[in-house]
Design a protein around this ligand. Structure first.
Ligand SMILES: NC(=O)c1ccc[n+]([C@@H]2O[C@H](COP(=O)([O-])OP(=O)(O)OC[C@H]3O[C@@H](n4cnc5c(N)ncnc54)[C@H](OP(=O)(O)O)[C@@H]3O)[C@@H](O)[C@H]2O)c1
Length: 258
């Protein structure tokens, strides 16, 4: 997505990735930089820049459980991008926070609320900021929301996670409808990424089986070597992001991308 322009400068793919301090988001940011993109990451605990590699990188330490101020800042940041420096613009809503697994009635309001804010309110507001600030960009604009199979299949003990991912899928469908008839409309995909060997899987397989009946299934994924690596998952996500037909399905699954 990096093409030289007539002035000899090199417009870059500008990619915004949430939750890039570890797991899939960190691998996405590393691979985007390696491909020559300019990268902005949003998480509470930024990584040492050396852990991401060389290239134009900006990291914001921010709490997506309080998204309005972050969304305003992002809108201003995108609006200030010199148009001629951008060959494509992407927002990858990757960050998620899983409340401790257990029935809804046993969850704390603080955990449940934070999970919904990070998992759904932040993607909604960041997507709005992205669409407002980039409406006059004449380059491909892509929204990739990292969803989950659990947004499509209910699982006891994961209410806020399931609800936020189902909401993310429907958000993507609405954005796709709203942008479809615009001359340079953005494309939106909500992608279930498979199962990946990250801290989130550690949290699921370490849960108390008395509170979370699926704990054994997650322990089995790990024991049986069924987990994808963050790097492998990120490579597939970026290959999908670059597909010419990106956005033809507003909801997709990386294990059967079509
Ligand atoms: N791992 C899997 O098997 C799996 C399966 C299906 C879907 N997914 C989805 O894939 C995506 C990546 O998951 P992962 O497994 O890589 O997760 P992870 O290892 O738990 O990493 C989560 C990321 O989200 C960020 N984050 C969490 N709370 C935040 C907050 N309040 N404000 C800002 N950033 C916050 C974290 O950064 P800080 O802690 O620094 O804030 C971290 O970078 C998520 O959307 C997840 O739901 C994962």
């Amino acid at each position: 997505m990096t093409d030289p322009d007539s002035s000899g400068n090199h417009p870059r793919h500008v990619a915004i990735v949430t939750g890039a301090s570890r797991g899939v988001g960190l691998a996405l940011a590393r691979q985007l930089l390696a491909r020559g993109a300019r990268v902005l990451t949003l998480q509470r605990h930024p990584q040492a820049a050396a852990a991401l590699g060389d290239g134009p990188l900006e990291q914001w330490a921010c709490d997506l459980a309080d998204p309005p101020a972050v969304a305003q800042r992002l809108q201003a940041w995108i609006a200030a991008l010199p148009r001629e420096s951008v060959s494509a613009l992407s927002l990858i809503n990757n960050a998620a926070l899983m409340a401790p697994p257990g029935d809804l009635a046993t969850g704390s309001d603080a955990h449940l609320s934070a999970a919904m804010r990070v998992g759904l309110e932040a993607p909604l507001l960041l997507s709005a900021a992205f669409l407002r600030a980039s409406a006059d960009f004449m380059v491909p604009r892509r929204l990739l929301h990292i969803s989950s199979g659990l947004g499509r299949r209910a699982m006891a003990g994961a209410s806020s996670y399931c609800a936020s991912k189902a909401g993310l899928d429907h958000l993507s469908r609405v954005i796709a409808l709203e942008e479809a008839d615009k001359p340079h409309g953005a494309r939106s995909v909500s992608m279930a990424p498979g199962i990946i060997d990250t801290d989130m899987q550690v949290q699921l397989r370490s849960a108390d089986p008395a509170r979370f009946s699926a704990q054994g299934m997650f322990a089995g994924f790990h024991a049986n070597g069924q987990l994808d690596s963050p790097e492998g998952c990120a490579a597939k996500l970026l290959a999908y992001l670059e597909r010419p037909d990106f956005g033809s399905q507003a909801v997709a699954d990386l294990r059967d991308p079509g």
